[in-house]
Design a protein around this ligand. Structure first.
Ligand SMILES: NC(=O)c1ccc[n+]([C@@H]2O[C@H](COP(=O)([O-])OP(=O)(O)OC[C@H]3O[C@@H](n4cnc5c(N)ncnc54)[C@H](O)[C@@H]3O)[C@@H](O)[C@H]2O)c1
Length: 312
């Protein structure tokens, strides 16, 4: 039997063509509204989503013929995976496909923040002011603390060592093999913060409802007024505590690719957006041609394997 696939978010064309070429019927509806999704998902065997579509119990219950829910990306926090699996639906995703793109974005942030790249460029273009502000190098003698030493955390460590940075990492799982291979010291979270990280990169996974990993206590332990990058999930950090840390200067600059709400709506988010030392990009970690293509190919291949009854 040919499977019917509903793609409810924007994806690379190669995902659609691979599924069609393997004989599936694909409906591409990247702008579908929630109510429309709930009323039509019952006619499909596969639902392909990115972060916009929330796949909760209502959607899963409505998807009576669903065999696979595919996240064309990494985070599964928008899908009630436990409930889906309890109903016999496979949940597949594309881990690793955007790792290098996120690593590059992290270093783009560290390098540009350290040289006030955006501010000085805007002043030169718009105000005609050629301000020769002194910056700093990320190289030699600087310490990078990585919180979450998984795929992205390890890739960031490999690039950091090319810059000659000392790298500390904290993770709930101690990956001694990766640490040794990459020349990284595994430490406790408190030591990473207090021991003096000049740069901190947050790369943890976050489950729905999980309390923030970095709050008031953790900010107050930070020794060197670090530049922090968070390309994982905003909820890893307590937004109100961050606001205080940026006001007091405990954190020199906080860069994030992820907001608590996208688009932001809460008061603390609006307050953060007004802070000069708060830098944000609109969730572009995986938005490169290369990552989108790898995500599309990996997702399509997982769906085809599930269709043919193979292991994923
Ligand atoms: N900005 C983007 O567009 C973008 C793109 C890709 C991935 N991401 C996000 O980046 C994060 C990391 O992705 P990854 O592929 O490296 O995932 P991964 O699963 O390979 O690594 C995550 C690591 O975090 C660790 N971890 C989880 N909870 C922790 C905690 N409380 N304390 C310490 N360590 C903890 C895990 O043990 C794991 O080693 C995910 O949240 C993912 O959703 C964002």
């Amino acid at each position: 039997m040919s499977w019917r696939v509903l793609v409810s978010d924007e994806v690379d064309q190669v995902l659609l063509s691979t599924l069609e070429d393997s004989g599936m019927h694909v409906d591409y509806r990247p702008d579908i509204e929630r109510q429309d999704l709930v009323s039509s998902v019952g006619g499909y065997n596969v639902l392909v989503v990115r972060s916009r579509t929330r796949v909760d119990r209502e959607v899963i219950d409505a998807g009576r013929a669903l065999k696979v829910i595919a996240r064309a990306g990494i985070g599964l926090d928008t899908i009630d995976t436990e409930y889906a699996r309890s109903k016999g639906i496979k949940v597949v995703f594309a881990p690793g496909s955007s790792t290098r793109s996120v690593t590059e974005l992290t270093f783009a942030a560290f390098l540009s923040i350290s040289r006030s790249f955006c501010t000085l460029s805007t002043m030169a273009r718009e105000g005609g002011k050629f301000l020769k502000k002194t910056g700093r190098e990320v190289s030699g003698g600087k310490t990078l603390g990585i919180i979450g030493f998984g795929r992205i955390g390890q890739d960031i460590a490999s690039v950091a060592s090319a810059f000659g940075m000392e790298v500390l990492a904290y993770d709930v799982v101690r990956n001694e093999e990766a640490a040794e291979r990459l020349g990284v010291s595994l430490v406790a979270l408190e030591d990473l913060l207090r021991g003096g990280s000049d740069y901190i990169s947050i790369n943890v996974t976050v489950s729905p409802g999980q309390p923030p990993l970095i709050g008031k206590k953790e900010f107050s332990a930070m020794g060197r007024r670090p530049v922090i990058s968070n390309t994982s999930r905003a909820a890893a950090v307590d937004g109100n505590a961050l606001l205080e840390a940026l006001k007091s200067g405990v954190v020199s600059v906080y860069y994030t690719d992820v907001m608590w709400n996208e688009p932001p709506r809460e008061k603390f988010e609006m307050d953060l957006l007004r802070m000069e030392n708060f830098v944000v990009t609109p969730h572009i970690g995986a938005q490169t041609e290369e990552a989108k293509r790898r995500v599309a190919m990996e997702t399509a291949s997982n769906i085809v394997k599930a269709w043919r009854g193979g292991e994923i």
